[in-house]
Design a binder for this molecule. Structure first.
Ligand code: SAH
Length: 521
């Protein structure tokens, strides 16, 4: 009987880098985005998982507090099975997969089965964690070589595996991974084989992440220092003269939002600017978009839009109140086969500089650009130009307040409201976020509208948190404006800062104020 060859998948063995999501390679990111299945562990960092394809299967094989990690042999077999099933698999590993990443065993079994795989190198923590602590592993006048050594084994095993005499004398900087528990032994051995007791040593824990912490000492003192500070793994141990550079070169830890993981709740396509700004300030953003905007589905909304778009001549004014409003306005025009030139006689009001910019991208200069980003701001700007009897089309999102329409009508204008888009709660759960909240790993929560507040609370409840306000209570809360803050308070949250101007700039400034405060978590 003729046998059809089974469809075979591919396994990408990808280095995730040390934790800062920006440190994955371009190729590694592509593999992550294309995979149907992502197999990952603790060191790969939760944030990268957000780049996985929607609906991709995510399999965690790392250690959990309540159970052991999956055995290496089982992981090897899992990868083979997934590839045999025809999947595109990305095996995401912390740092570089070839540096104590056991990639050799995974690749060997795949090779044995004739399965296709690729190794995608990553930025190893051995080099990156010291770099983020201001320690270059080589230096023109301090070290011309470095050596990466395992500290994982028992002392006997270490003695068997490591030629201490050669190691201490042959190379400049020594970098031990997985060595925190054996630090005292390692330091003693290095001194016994000829390194001076005053050789500087640094430990960098969770390098490049919000949890990064550094402790320094000498070979003679470091074990006591680490014990006293309760300094725990995972950390890179750096031994050598290069550690002295930290005093001058330390950079990451002095950035204003260093050490803060910031939850960004706004819609995904809007989040990038805020995310980038948080990164620039040294914080670690974590995106959980609780808002998704889509074309309105209710027949009433669709009908109102259809009517409005069919009669541009009925209006004197068109008010567009957000960047999203502008984008959706043009989507609707396209969908209805309309042309913006039919609206040439209608005067356009925009709110806020971003909305104005968005309009300019479409070749439109608004007649009035309200600087205050609120309905009150629109009215203030429009009022001197509007006359009773004129007709206004208020094109906005489905959650907008009716204040502006009512105010206009009270002044004798006719205002029609249309919903350009609908705001919905995305369906995808995020167990990583729940885990991080429980571990107090979220330090600041940002709300950029009232709906981000209500939707986050709803999403957390849906994911099984009985008391979301309490879960968020361990973090600082930053709101973009007074109305958002009021909604947050009504939801039982303690608001720590409110942006002075309701813009991303304002929100960043407010967060920098928080950055100056002592961390409570
Ligand atoms: N393949 C990884 C190393 C895996 S071994 C790499 O190239 O980085 C695990 C050890 O790596 C940990 O015990 C710790 O010593 C080190 N490590 C991994 N990520 C780290 C980080 N962000 N900060 C400090 N040490 C880290």
């Amino acid at each position: 009987m003729e046998q059809h060859p089974r469809p075979k998948g591919v396994v990408y063995l990808v280095g995730a880098g040390p934790g800062d999501a920006g440190l994955i390679t371009v190729k590694g990111l592509r593999c992550l985005q294309e995979a149907d299945v992502v197999v990952y562990d603790r060191l790969a960092g939760p944030r990268l998982m957000q780049f996985a394809k929607r609906g991709a299967r995510k399999i965690y094989v790392g250690k959990l507090p309540d159970r052991h990690a999956m055995k290496q042999e089982d992981i090897n077999r899992l990868l083979v099975e997934l590839a045999l099933e025809g999947h595109t698999v990305t095996r995401l590993k912390g740092g570089d997969p070839c540096v104590f990443g056991r990639v050799g065993e995974e690749a060997a079994l795949l090779a044995e089965h004739g399965l296709r795989y690729e190794i995608v190198p990553g930025v190893t923590s051995a080099v990156a964690a010291p770099a983020y602590a201001g320690i270059p592993v080589t230096h023109r006048s301090r070290a011309s070589s470095f050596c990466v050594v395992t500290g994982h084994e028992s002392p006997d095993k270490l003695d068997e595996m490591i030629e201490w005499d050669k190691l201490t004398q042959a190379t400049g900087t020594l970098l031990f991974l997985m060595g925190v528990a054996k630090l005292r032994y390692i330091a003693e051995r290095l001194m016994a084989y000829g390194r001076a007791p005053d050789t500087p040593v640094a430990l960098v824990r969770w390098g490049t992440r919000a949890e990064q912490a550094t402790i320094t000492g000498t070979l003679a003192t470091i074990a006591d220092e680490v014990e006293r500070a309760g300094f725990a793994s995972p950390a890179v141990i750096v031994v050598g003269e290069v550690v002295r550079e930290r005093e001058r070169l330390q950079w990451a830890e002095s950035r204003p939002l260093f050490g803060r993981r910031v939850l960004v709740t706004r819609a995904r396509d809007q989040a990038s600017e805020l995310t980038r700004r948080i990164e620039d300030a040294g914080g670690e953003p974590y995106e959980y978009p609780v808002i998704e905007l889509r074309m309105p589905e209710s027949p009433a909304s669709r009908e109102a839009l259809r009517q409005a778009l069919a009669q541009p001549d009925a209006y004197d004014w068109l008010v567009l109140t957000s960047v999203n409003g502008v984008r959706f306005w043009f989507r609707h025009l396209r969908e209805h086969g309309a042309d913006i030139r039919q609206w040439a006689h209608v005067r356009i009001v925009s709110v806020g500089p971003k909305t104005t910019e968005a309009l300019q991208e479409y070749g439109i200069q608004p007649d009035i650009a309200a600087s205050q980003f609120s309905q009150e701001g629109v009215w203030e700007a429009l009022r001197p130009h509007a006359a009773a009897g004129q007709r206004v089309l208020l094109a906005r999102g489905d959650l907008s307040r009716s204040w502006l329409r009512e105010t206009m009508e009270a002044h004798g204008l006719h205002a029609d409201e249309v919903d350009l888009y609908e705001t919905v709660l995305p369906e995808e759960d995020d167990p990583e976020l729940i885990e991080m909240l429980e571990q107090r790993m979220i330090h600041i929560v940002t709300f950029t509208s009232s709906s981000t507040v209500t939707n986050l609370m709803a999403a957390l409840r849906r994911m099984g948190l009985d008391d979301p306000a309490q879960a968020l209570g361990v973090a600082r809360i930053a709101c973009i404006g007074e109305i958002t803050a009021r909604t947050a308070r009504e939801a039982g949250l303690h608001v720590d800062v409110i942006a002075a101007s309701s813009t991303i700039d304002g929100l960043m400034e407010a967060m920098l104020e928080l950055g100056k405060m002592k961390k409570t978590v």
